[in-house]
Design a protein around this ligand. Structure first.
Ligand code: VGL
Ligand code: ZN
Length: 240
């Protein structure tokens, strides 16, 4: 084999490698993780004002361990943080004569009235996981007139930075879990699908406000093509 034939062969091999790599990269969608609203006020662990069933210390530890494993495996982790002003329209205390869990019309939508929770700069608004885990924390619900269960946008249609962050990081698939299954996890997962992401929701890393609405949320997510898994399977996720 002459010099030029050898070079051609090396050239062909090189291009096969590059092409192969490109095809492979297309098949393995880049995965990001969205940890939804793991904040003091939503937990029994911190005696939160809107403590969700099953959010004891063991739950927080399990979420932290699993999130650490995902980070160690190289997946970028994003958090959402409910971050309300004191005068937020979702608080029953801002509606004279109303009580917690009443439902009112707000900008033509049904709004559940919650106990005041996740007020900006209060301890109840703090995320209970190590901040070093997160590539970004996306705050939501800052507009007093609109609620924002979704990490992507509020009820007035105003977008957070979530979609931009994911696009910048070339994320194609998101793993979603946290609090609450029937509200913020549901809304964030459904908006992720609507924005074109593949979505995996992890049931046992999530907790719901009520069993009936949580089951309904799971059925809805499945109907929209979200893969609902009981537990995180890191090996399967790494294999994609
Ligand atoms: C949430 C109710 C009110 C949630 C936030 O994180 O699911 N629920 N605000
Ligand atoms: Zn809220």
């Amino acid at each position: 084999m002459g010099h030029s034939a050898g070079k051609s062969l090396i050239c062909v091999l090189f291009f096969m490698l590059v092409l192969g790599g490109t095809v492979m990269a297309k098949e393995t969608a880049k995965i990001g993780v969205i940890v939804v609203d793991v904040q003091g006020d939503f937990t029994k662990f911190k005696s939160g004002s809107l403590a969700v069933e099953g959010t004891d210390e063991a739950y927080i530890k399990t979420v932290e361990e699993n999130t650490k494993k995902l980070k160690a495996a190289g997946f970028p982790i994003y958090a959402t943080q409910d971050w309300h002003p004191k005068n937020h329209a979702s608080f029953f205390t801002n509606h004279p004569g109303k009580k917690a869990f009443d439902v009112v019309k707000l900008n033509n939508r049904d709004q559940v009235l919650w106990p005041p929770h996740c007020v900006q700069k209060t301890s109840g608004a703090e995320i209970l996981l190590d901040k070093k885990l997160f590539k970004a924390v996306v705050r939501k619900g800052m507009d007093s007139q609109y609620d924002s269960y979704s990490g992507f946008q509020d009820d007035g249609g105003k977008k957070t930075e979530m979609d931009k962050l994911l696009k910048k990081d070339k994320i194609k698939k998101v793993v979603v879990y946290g609090i609450a299954t029937d509200y913020c996890v549901r809304a964030t997962a459904l908006d992720a699908v609507a924005a074109g992401y593949k979505v995996i929701m992890i049931k046992n890393l999530s907790r719901g406000v009520a069993p009936d609405t949580s089951q309904k949320a799971i059925d809805e997510m499945k109907a929209k093509g979200i893969v609902v898994l009981d537990d995180l399977d890191l090996e399967r996720l790494k294999a994609n």
